[in-house]
Design a protein around this ligand. Structure first.
Ligand code: UDP
Ligand code: MG
Length: 243
C-alpha cells in the first residue's frame, strides 16, 4: 500500500486534512523545524480530504513555498482512512509518520518515535495527558477498553494518530473505511511487531473536531465487529509436508 521507494527520502510524514485551514501554516512550520533538526531527508504529504473551508488554497500556497511538501486533493470528503491510504500509497520514505492536522499531536515527539521504531515495525503513540473535554476522555477510555476486550487486543490508545511505521509493514495492508483506528491490530495480524510509546497532547486551537459520540460510537463499533471477525477467521495452517 505504499508508493515507490525513493532513496532520497528517508521520512514521509502523512497528514490527513479536513477543514483545518488555520492550523495548516503553524503545523507545517512546527513539523518542518522538527524534521530539519533530525537532519534526514523528508517529505510532507498533505491529503486534503475534500475540505470546504479554504484549506485547499492554503495547502496549495504552502506547497508552492516548499518543494518537500506534496499535496493530494480529494474531489470530495472520503474519510480519514481514505486520506491516510492515499498518503501511504504515495509515500516514498523508508519510514512513514502520521499525525493529525489540528496541532493536537506534538511534532516534537517525532524524533523519539523514530528512535523507538528501530528494531520494530510500528510505534504507536499513547497520549499521556489528554487535552480534550471530559466527555471525550471518558468515551475514549471506554472505547479502548471495549475494543481491547472484544478484539483480544492490548493497545492503550488507538485513537492517537501520532504513529510511525516501517514502509514494508504498511505496504501489506488493505484498508477499509474506519480502519485507521485499527492499524496496530491489522499490523499485528500480519505478524508485524508493534510497540507503544508515550506522547504529548495539546488542546485543539482552531477548527472543530470531526467526530462526536453520534458519528463515532456506532460506526466504530461496527468496524470493531469486522476486525474481531477478521481476527477469528484469519487463515491459520501449518504445512506438514509438500512434494
Ligand atoms: N480528518 C480527515 N477526514 C475526515 C475527518 C477527519 O482527513 O473525514 C482529519 C482531520 O482533519 C484531522 C484528523 O483527521 O487531521 C483527525 O480528526 P479530528 O482531529 O477531528 O479527530 P479527533 O482528534 O477529534 O478524534
Ligand atoms: Mg484532533
Amino acid at each position: 500500500m505504499s508508493g515507490e521507494r525513493d532513496p532520497d527520502v528517508d521520512i514521509s510524514v502523512v497528514i490527513p486534512v479536513y477543514n483545518e485551514r488555520d492550523n495548516l501554516a503553524p503545523l507545517l512550520a512546527e513539523v518542518t523545524a522538527v524534521l530539519l533538526g533530525l537532519g534526514r531527508p523528508y517529505e510532507i504529504l498533505f491529503v486534503d480530504d475534500g475540505s470546504t473551508d479554504g484549506s485547499g488554497g492554503v495547502l496549495a500556497e504552502l506547497r508552492k513555498g516548499d518543494r518537500r511538501v506534496r499535496l493530494v486533493s480529494f474531489a470530495r470528503n472520503a474519510g480519514q482512512t481514505a486520506a491516510m491510504d492515499a498518503g501511504f500509497r504515495r509515500a516514498r520514505g523508508r519510514v512513514i509518520v502520521t499525525l493529525d492536522a489540528d496541532l493536537q499531536n506534538d511534532p516534537a515527539d517525532i524524533p523519539r518515535l523514530l528512535a523507538d521504531l528501530e528494531g520494530w515495525d510500528a510505534v504507536v503513540g499513547v497520549r499521556a495527558r489528554r487535552r480534550d473535554t471530559w466527555v471525550r476522555r471518558v468515551s475514549s477510555r471506554v472505547a479502548n477498553y471495549v475494543r481491547n476486550r472484544l478484539s483480544d487486543e492490548s493497545i492503550s490508545d488507538t485513537g492517537c494518530s501520532l504513529k510511525a511505521y516501517r514502509r514494508e509493514a504498511l505496504s501489506r495492508l488493505v484498508l477499509y473505511s474506519g480502519m485507521h483506528r485499527f492499524l496496530p491490530t491489522l499490523l499485528k495480524m500480519e505478524g508485524f511487531r508493534v510497540r507503544e510509546t508515550p506522547v504529548g497532547h495539546r488542546p485543539r486551537r482552531s477548527g472543530e473536531s470531526k467526530y462526536g459520540i453520534s458519528n463515532r460510537l456506532v460506526p466504530s463499533f461496527m468496524d470493531l465487529m469486522a476486525v474481531r471477525w477478521m481476527k477469528r477467521r484469519k487463515l491459520r495452517y501449518e504445512v506438514k509436508d509438500e512434494s
